[in-house]
Write a protein that binds this ligand. Structure first.
Ligand code: SF4
Ligand code: FES
Length: 247
């Protein structure tokens, strides 16, 4: 296949950016999207030009490192799929694709398609953990948890912190991310001791980082590669109000 790319190129946070055209020949349908970009970069390096900067690590849809907009859609057109798991067979010969970085105030641009998502790490640092001393590893069946509760908690825990929900939201809100982390621990017995303090600290950190508020559009859920439900946002709001009223 031949693919026409328009890629956002910006050499640094304060440099001017622009969309640059690339024509990619001989694209195999079996290539992943990032392998196609690897081939583009090999050509740029061979020509003595600056390769396109983009993030990736596992390339298996589990680490959350990858992510950019493909024709305006975070992670591209396949639902429930990270851009590293997107394959070129999804596209047609002579397709035109525009690649842009996540755009949000809380995600400052580093270079080209790479943004700094450490604001999400700081939300987790604010309370996304248990700090109770539980001694040695307990027996697996020592704390009995109903199956449906485990399923709900694990569904929430599936968030990989990619930031696509922020990129899709017109308010650049990170509440789908924050609520999945709060829900995961609020649902489990191990998370009860710090439950209220955690909800307040993580929501406050979310706001301090400059993410916007939720207006219930559902765009975040639609693009989330892990199909995190917006039910988590309703739970986060309940957790937050309960904690505020109790203090
Ligand atoms: S909620 Fe989904 S889109 Fe948002 S950071 Fe987690 S995995 Fe990515
Ligand atoms: S590179 Fe790890 S999820 Fe895409």
């Amino acid at each position: 296949m031949r693919i026409f790319l328009k890629v956002w190129r910006q050499s640094g946070p304060r440099a001017a950016g622009e969309l640059v055209d690339y024509t990619v020949e001989h694209v195999s349908p079996d290539m992943s999207f990032l392998e196609m970009l690897d081939v583009v970069n090999e050509g740029l390096i061979a020509a003595g030009r600056d390769p396109i900067a983009f993030d990736s690590d596992c390339r298996e849809g589990i680490c959350g490192a990858c992510g950019f907009l493909v024709n305006g859609v975070p992670h591209g057109p396949d639902p429930g799929t990270t851009v590293c798991q997107l394959h070129m067979r999804r596209f047609k010969d002579n397709d035109r694709l525009v690649l842009e970085p996540w755009r949000a105030k809380a995600f400052p641009l580093v270079k080209d398609l790479v943004v700094d998502r450490s604001a999400l790490d700081r939300i987790v640092q604010a309370g996304g953990y248990t700090s109770v001393n539980v001694g040695g590893a307990p027996d697996g069946n020592a704390i009995l948890i109903p199956g449906p509760v485990v399923e709900q908690a694990m569904d929430s825990a599936a968030c990989i912190g990619c930031g696509a929900c922020v990129a899709a939201c017109k308010n650049a809100s990170a509440v789908l991310f924050t609520s999945s982390k709060i829900s995961h621990l609020a649902l489990l017995p191990q998370g009860q001791v710090e439950r209220g303090r955690r909800a307040i600290a993580m929501v406050d950190r979310h706001d301090t980082e400059g993410f916007g508020s939720c207006s219930n559009e559902g765009e975040c859920e639609a693009v989330c590669p892990k199909e995190i439900s917006i039910d988590n946002i309703a739970r986060m709001n309940r957790e937050y109000f309960r904690a505020v009223l109790a203090r």
